[in-house]
Design a protein around this ligand. Structure first.
Ligand code: GLA
Length: 364
C-alpha cells in the first residue's frame, strides 16, 4: 500500500462543438500540456485537508459532514469529488491533498475539471482501487453539478481523461464514448486568453442550457442531437430559440465534417469550420464577447493562422487557433501586438499540441 500518490490532470481545449455536450451531441477536443497536480496521503482522522500552492490557502472538513464551503470555494471541487467517491464506498479513512497548478484560472481551459480529475485519480489510486475512466469523468461531473452547483456537461472532465499525444478526441455524449484522431504534423494549437475572466457560475451558461431544452421540447425531440440545421430552419421556433438551436445543430454537423477533414489531412477545411463555429457563437448563441471577436478577427488577418474560434463556455475566456507551427512565434507576437492596439488589453498565449490525459505521476 502506498503512503502518497501524485496524479496530474490536464486542462482541455474544445476545438469544435460548442455547447453540444449537454445536448447529447458531439465535440472535438484535446487535453493540453498544462494542468493540475494533486498529491494525496492518508490521514488517521475522518478529515479532509486541502492546501493549494496556487492561492496559498488551506481548507478542511469532517468527511461525514461535507458541505460546500462559502469561504473557500476553490476547495469545493475536491470536497465534491471525495463526497462522490464516498458514495461509491471509497475506503479511505481521511485524506490530505496538496494542489499545484500551471493552468490559468478563468481562461476557459477547465482548471476546475482538471482539479476534480487530479483529485479523483490520486484518491482512487491511493485506495488501490480502479474505476472505468468514463465513470471517473461522470463522477467528477456529478461533483461539479451537485456540490459546486455548476450545471456543466461532461466535456471538460472527459477531455482531461481521454487526451492522447497529438490526437484530437471525438466525444459522443449520446453513446458516452471517446475516439481519437491524429492531428496532422506541422500544426499547433494556440490559446489566447482574452483577459476577460470567464466564470461558469454566471447565469448565462444555465440560461443557454434552458433555451436548448426549450428548443428540443418545442421540436418534440429528446435532445437537439436529434434534429438538423435544415429541420430547425424550417421550423416555426421562436426566433431567439431558433438561433440557439441552429448553433447546436451546426456545431454537431461541423464536428462530423471536422472528423472527415482530419481523416483527409485537410487542415484548411478544418480551419474554415473553426471560423464558422465562431461566427455561429457570435450570431446564434451570443456567447462571445467583443474581445473574443477581436481575437478571431485578428486571427483571420494573420499569416499562418488556419482557423480560430472561442473555446469552452464563452462569455470571456480564450480563443483556440489552429496555426502552422513553423511560424508560431511570429504569429503570437503579431497577434498580441494587434490585440493590444485594437482593445488596449493584453492577451497571454499558450502554445500547445494535443497531449496525454490524466495519469499517476508517482507512488511513494
Ligand atoms: C463549459 C462546460 C462544458 C461545455 C462547454 C461548452 O466548458 O463546462 O461542459 O458545455 O462549456 O461547450
Amino acid at each position: 500500500m502506498h503512503n502518497r500518490v501524485v496524479a496530474f490532470a490536464p486542462g482541455r481545449v474544445e476545438i469544435l462543438g460548442n455547447h453540444t455536450d449537454y445536448n447529447e451531441g458531439v465535440v472535438l477536443s484535446a487535453a493540453i500540456d498544462c494542468g493540475v497536480t494533486a498529491s494525496v496521503h492518508r490521514l488517521r482522522q475522518r478529515q479532509i485537508e486541502v492546501s493549494s500552492q496556487t492561492n496559498q490557502r488551506t481548507a478542511s472538513a469532517h468527511l461525514d459532514e461535507l458541505s460546500p464551503s462559502a469561504t473557500e470555494p476553490w476547495a469545493n471541487y475536491c470536497f465534491g469529488v471525495i463526497r462522490e467517491l464516498m458514495a461509491v464506498r471509497w475506503p479511505v479513512l481521511g485524506l490530505g491533498i496538496e494542489i499545484a497548478s500551471d493552468l490559468p484560472v478563468g481562461a476557459g481551459l477547465s482548471s476546475s475539471a482538471a482539479l476534480e480529475v487530479a483529485t479523483a485519480f490520486a484518491a482512487i489510486d491511493l485506495a488501490n482501487w480502479s474505476l472505468p475512466p468514463m465513470k471517473i469523468a461522470q463522477l467528477c461531473q456529478k461533483a461539479e453539478n451537485e456540490f459546486v452547483g455548476v450545471k456543466c456537461g461532461l466535456l471538460d472532465q472527459a477531455s482531461s481523461i481521454f487526451g492522447e499525444d497529438n490526437r484530437a478526441i471525438l466525444l459522443d455524449f449520446r453513446s458516452i464514448a471517446a475516439q481519437t484522431y491524429q492531428l496532422p504534423d506541422g500544426v499547433s494549437l494556440l490559446l489566447l486568453n482574452s483577459g476577460i475572466p470567464h466564470a461558469l457560475t454566471g447565469g448565462e451558461y444555465n440560461e443557454r442550457r434552458e433555451q436548448c431544452q426549450a428548443a428540443a421540447a418545442a421540436l418534440q425531440v429528446t435532445a437537439l442531437r436529434d434534429t438538423t440545421t435544415t429541420q430547425v430552419l424550417n421550423s416555426d421556433l421562436d426566433p431567439l430559440v431558433k438561433r440557439r438551436a441552429l448553433h447546436i445543430t451546426g456545431e454537431n454537423e461541423r464536428v462530423f465534417a471536422g472528423r472527415e477533414a482530419l481523416l483527409a489531412g485537410d487542415v484548411d477545411a478544418f480551419g474554415e469550420l473553426m471560423f464558422a463555429s465562431h461566427e455561429s457563437s457570435r450570431h446564434n448563441f451570443e456567447n462571445s464577447t467583443p474581445n473574443l471577436d477581436a481575437l478571431v478577427e485578428i486571427a483571420k488577418s494573420t499569416n499562418g493562422v488556419i482557423g480560430s474560434r472561442l473555446t469552452g463556455g464563452g462569455f470571456g475566456g480564450s480563443t483556440v487557433s489552429l496555426i502552422r507551427s513553423e511560424v508560431a512565434q511570429k504569429i503570437i507576437d503579431s497577434m498580441q501586438k494587434k490585440y493590444l492596439r485594437a482593445t488596449g488589453a493584453q492577451c497571454s498565449a499558450i502554445l500547445t499540441r494535443p497531449s496525454q490525459g490524466a495519469r499517476i505521476l508517482r507512488r511513494d
